[in-house]
Design a protein around this ligand. Structure first.
Ligand code: AMP
Length: 568
């Protein structure tokens, strides 16, 4: 069996892509390589070319911090921190810096190492990244470091550069998904419109590429909606309130509760049920109770449904989202988990029924068919109205019950896979913000490499006076604000730890976030999910910042649901 295409061939292509700005040239070069690949190399190669280890719908992530990479690189290249630091300052890119250091060291020793080990293939790199994503829990950092070390030890300088960039999630070659569509269309002689639509329905360009490999245009056009071929979920845009939704949809709209659970896509055919998460990872094994409910309560030959699974406690109250996520991660021992974390399914869409795709039918039709199907399975509560106050009342009711808000749905809206369009508008209740103190900061990467752009945010523990970290963010500030922040933080620096600085707690920032989670990572036991700075509170001093007690209060309020959810 052929060992497959060398990773260095893909790197050579990426070098070429990086060196040109000409679209036509990029498409031609990429198409030439794509044509030469084995079928099973198409998926990883299309991902790598766009700087991803996994498709965007895939729940897996590599979870490797810049600091970890830094340590591994120092060890594998035996460069000194100063040497690597200088290379980084000179190039402004971590991948480039590693390449530079390695080129300098491409002494006999490095050559020997390369010669004594088998060269990396595209499939081998993919395997190693899959391994990397599997590691979590105790000792994860060490195990991750070992995998990356293994990869780097077998890499040439240019391979190391792209491996580093891939781990950081950015290839910086300028080769975007749009160009990849064109390159695939050219390589396999299939119209680019067809490639694009097929990618939406199948959820990934790699899948389309694989189909094209032996079936050409015909295979791509036959990539249609069918059970067990997961569809990239339709997404919702933001709206400021119910009024905006009503005016966007011509005066009348459907409004549904926006439940805070996990989205699932359920496929049924001939008695088999399989379930995928929003990111299209299969979660069937984690949700046997949901499968069971579908099997016993839904009398259909084949169907694709969408809904939200909510974790509930034994007294029927919804539990925080993270409990559900924990269950998604567990594959074994599900029974015990179920007893601990029972779930409730709420359906909101129907994309396929008994041989017919419904994605091109309007919302009202899909919803009506759906409501005629379900026998005892909850549908997400909805109303159709043109009355602002009726919609506002529903929003209030949703928030009272502890839901996130509403999703307004255009009555005529078809289901557009993978698109965050304006047919669905989410109306969320605004979360309260916290005024937190920056206690640590880290230099960024890429264009931010000279700036302290990643901040650790802490709240004050009023009993001890200590500042307790709740999370990190690099989001929310403009470039100018980051520059100014950098000099302020430099003057407040107490200690340096590699690229990280510990600062005197002084700067207060107003922060918003999606959720407060329970977390063993921090001493406070809580962590902010998706924190973003909204304002620098120059008017506040650190001792006026929010306290751990307030954060705990908000955490508890988040989950104080009045009653279990109302089925339709
Ligand atoms: P967001 O994650 O904020 O982009 O909001 C979109 C998500 O809301 C979807 O992916 C679903 O998981 C979730 N959701 C909750 N209730 C509904 C609903 N009634 N209709 C559609 N999506 C919903």
């Amino acid at each position: 069996m052929s060992p497959g295409t060398l990773f260095s061939d893909l790197c050579a292509l990426m070098e070429k892509l990086e060196s040109t700005k000409k679209r036509g040239e990029m498409i031609w070069e990429a198409a030439e390589l794509l044509k030469r690949l084995l079928q099973e190399e198409l998926m990883p190669s299309t991902l790598f070319l766009t700087g991803k280890a996994f498709p965007s719908y895939d729940e897996r992530t590599l979870e490797v911090s810049g600091a970890t990479l830094w340590r591994v690189v120092l060890r594998t290249t035996s460069a000194s921190p100063d040497e690597l630091g200088k290379a980084f300052d000179d190039t402004g890119d971590f991948g480039d810096a590693v390449q530079k250091v390695l080129l300098k060291k491409s002494s006999a020793q490095k050559q020997d190492t390369l010669l004594s080990r088998p060269p990396l293939t595209i499939l081998e790199v993919k395997r190693q990244l899959d391994e990397l994503a599997k590691v979590f829990g105790n000792g994860a950092r060490k195990r991750k470091e070992r995998i990356i070390e293994g990869l780097l030890a077998r890499s040439s300088p240019v391979e190391a550069k792209f491996i580093i960039r891939m781990i950081l999630g950015e290839m910086r070659t300028g080769f975007q998904e749009g160009l990849l569509v064109e390159a695939l269309s050219k390589a396999f002689n299939v119209s680019s419109d067809l490639v694009r639509r097929a990618a939406m329905i199948t959820g990934d360009l790699g899948v389309v590429a694989e189909a094209t490999y032996d079936g050409g245009e015909q295979a791509v056009s036959s990539l249609h909606v069918e059970p067990f071929h997961v569809i990239k979920p339709m997404l919702a845009a933001n709206a400021s309130g119910v009024k905006e939704a009503l005016s966007e949809f011509g005066g009348t709209s459907a409004f549904e509760y926006k439940l805070d659970g996990a989205r699932v896509q359920i496929h049924i055919s001939k008695g088999d049920v399989r379930i995928w998460s929003r990111r299209l990872t299969e979660v069937t094994e984690s949700l046997p109770d949901v499968s069971q409910q579908i099997k016993t309560r839904l009398d259909v030959g084949s169907a694709i449904l969408e809904g939200e699974v909510v974790a509930v406690s034994h007294d029927g109250r919804p539990l925080p989202f993270q409990h559900l996520m924990r269950r998604f991660r567990r594959r074994h021992d599900v029974d015990k988990q179920i007893q601990k974390i029972p779930t409730e399914l709420y359906l909101f869409d129907l994309l396929y029924l008994d041989g017919e795709s419904l994605i091109d039918k309007p919302y009202t039709e899909r919803r009506t068919i759906l409501s005629n199907l379900t026998d005892g399975i909850h549908l997400v509560r909805n109303i159709v109205t043109s009355d602002v106050s009726a919609a506002e009342k529903l929003l209030e009711e949703a928030v009272q019950l502890g839901h996130e808000g509403l999703v307004a749905k255009n009555l005529k809206g078809t289901y557009t896979p993978g698109i965050r369009g304006k047919k669905w508008l989410k109306i969320k209740q605004v979360m309260e913000s916290l005024d937190l103190v920056i206690t640590e900061a880290e230099y960024g990467y890429g264009k931010r490499h000279e700036w302290l752009s990643d901040y650790t945010l802490s709240a004050r523990d009023e009993e001890t006076g200590k500042f307790m970290p709740l999370g990190k963010t690099f989001k929310g500030l403009t470039d100018q604000e980051i520059k100014d922040m950098t000099s302020r933080l430099q003057s407040l620096t107490i200690a340096k730890r590699g690229r990280r600085v510990i600062v005197k707690p002084d700067i207060v920032v107003e922060t918003v976030f999606n959720e407060i989670q329970e977390s063993p990572k921090y001493e406070s036991g809580m962590a902010l999910r998706f924190a973003r700075i909204t304002r620098i509170r120059l008017d506040k001093s650190a001792d006026e910042a929010d306290t751990i007690a307030r954060v705990r209060g908000l955490y508890e309020k988040q989950f104080k649901y009045k009653a279990s959810m109302q089925p339709e």
